[in-house]
Design a protein around this ligand. Structure first.
Ligand code: 5GP
Ligand code: MG
Ligand code: MG
Length: 183
């Protein structure tokens, strides 16, 4: 994105789409090497993971299936609410399947801890996590994340699937939202 196209609400671009694509190529190679010929089911967490899912799945050499879940953690604000519920469940039975959860970003990891517990109870053959972005808070959470795109500073970011109050998901790059927008 050219500087002139950066919306006034963004203070700076942290990652360009090019940087995201470069990193995704490496992560995809790791995943290909790990799973080999195994049938892999990618589980995207709506809505944020839509862009990561689209790009990661196409960077993989392996054939994969995709399914989606929607869970609520944040409302429209920037703080984790602690309230997690399933808004849309999988359509796939994951018992005996190799499952890789695809996330946009992990902050407190609260959402993910709940989701992993829920998915593990369905007895998949394996269950791992790939997230495009991870914030420092996430490291305090016991949930182990196998594949990480980038570790972010503790700032609220938007773009590449990440929203603020439903907006900015379609920004190509990832940037920090100016505090005045959500203050
Ligand atoms: P957690 O439960 O890990 O605290 O929050 C996970 C979810 O909160 C993410 O899937 C995402 O929807 C939202 N979230 C966390 N940090 C950010 C951020 O910096 N920007 C945006 N737009 N959403 C975030
Ligand atoms: Mg998410
Ligand atoms: Mg959101």
């Amino acid at each position: 994105m050219k500087a002139s196209q950066i919306p006034a609400e963004l203070t700076q671009v942290l990652y360009t789409k090019e940087q995201v694509d470069d990193r995704l190529r490496d992560v995809a190679a790791e995943i290909d090497a790990e799973y080999g010929d195994k049938d892999l089911l990618l589980v995207g967490v709506l809505n944020g993971a839509v862009m990561v899912m689209a790009d990661l799945s196409r960077a993989l050499r392996s054939h994969v299936e995709m399914d989606w879940m929607a869970i609520s953690s944040y409302g429209s604000g920037t703080q984790s609410s602690g309230v997690v519920r399933i808004l849309k469940d999988l359509t796939t039975d994951i018992e005996g399947r190799h499952v890789l959860v695809v996330e946009d970003i992990i902050d407190t990891g609260l959402t993910l801890a709940y989701l992993m517990q829920n998915l593990a109870s369905r007895k998949p053959a394996s269950l791992e996590i790939m997230t495009m972005f991870r914030k420092p808070e996430a490291l305090k959470n016991p949930v182990s994340v196998k594949y990480v795109g980038f570790d972010l500073p503790d700032e609220f970011v938007v773009g590449y699937g990440l929203d603020y109050a439903g907006r900015y998901r379609n920004l190509t790059d990832v940037g920090t939202l100016a505090p005045h927008v959500y203050a």
